[in-house]
Design a protein around this ligand. Structure first.
Ligand code: LER
Ligand code: MN
Length: 270
């Protein structure tokens, strides 16, 4: 397993990204110097020139991009299941553009809150049908470019649908979206799953990426989650992908970024 952290290329409202701000070069140098092997990047609407520069910096720091999130789209209320067809069309257009960026970064593409909420009093079925219809169009593009789409179970306080691993797998299989994989996040699982390690085992067939944080969304080791059990479950399903720290930085970015990687490493070498 490889260890990553989160970097945003703009000032995002999302608090669980440790490295933010416009000095991308300094942030990547810092991340690499701490021993991280890669990043999840939370991108703004990046230009081809900016993308080339980013690719150069990533190569220079020998950092992989595990996932490239289009959070700037979500922050504008544009979602894949918006009730207005025009808004869904806009989401598709923007996401197709973003999938091209993810392809150049050799990154996977997370579908967290960007999938949108079920409208109050609307049946799950009508929400899922709308989401599945948009996803099928996104799959066409992503398959052409070899980009892995990943559904992320997110806790009920952030998304009112698809909160658990089993619900996401049911959705994928019911609507024949088997190209879609899973990104599971320990912070959300701590709120929604009965047993985190059991949920990880049940995700085996679809698991493509992991977000790791502790119960208080600090870095692993700062809360009460059983990381021995979590890592044991991942080892038992031969997971060899990234463990990306998507966590809030306290007491500081430097202290938590170092503590988190040292903690995970200490468990992984056992
Ligand atoms: C949101 O809480 C989250 O976990 C992110 O990974 C969203 O994409
Ligand atoms: Mn996450």
């Amino acid at each position: 397993m490889k260890i990553g952290t989160c970097l945003a290329t703009f000032k995002t409202k999302f608090s669980a990204v440790s490295f933010t701000g416009t000095d991308i070069e300094a942030n990547l140098r810092k991340i690499s110097s701490l021993g991280y092997q890669g990043v999840d990047i939370f991108l703004h609407r990046i230009s081809p020139v900016e993308l080339d520069t980013l690719l150069e910096l990533l190569t220079k720091e020998a950092l992989e991009v595990a996932a490239a999130a289009a959070i700037w789209i979500t922050e504008q209320g544009i979602t894949l299941s918006h009730k207005e067809p025009e808004k869904r069309k806009e989401a598709l257009m923007l996401l197709n553009e973003h999938i091209e960026v993810a392809a150049k970064l050799k990154a996977k593409f997370p579908l967290g809150p960007i999938r949108g909420n079920r409208i109050e009093d609307e049946s799950y079925r009508s929400y899922e049908q709308r989401l599945a219809e948009t996803l099928r169009r996104l799959i066409d593009k992503s398959e052409t470019l070899g980009v892995t789409l990943m559904l992320e179970p997110v806790n009920r306080y952030e998304c009112n649908t698809l909160n658990r691993v089993d619900q996401c797998i049911d959705f994928i299989e019911t609507y024949g979206l088997k190209q879609v994989r899973l990104l599971v996040d320990t912070f959300h699982m701590n709120i929604e799953e009965t047993k985190i390690d059991k949920a990880i085992l049940s995700s085996e067939e679809y698991l493509a990426h992991m977000h790791v944080a502790d119960s208080n969304r600090g870095v692993p080791g700062f809360g009460h989650l059983d990381y021995n059990a979590i890592l044991q479950a991942l080892v038992s399903i031969n997971y060899s992908g990234f463990l990306t720290m998507e966590s809030q930085s306290f007491p500081s970015v430097e202290v938590s970024a170092k503590a988190g990687i040292d903690y995970l490493r200490s468990l992984l070498i056992r």
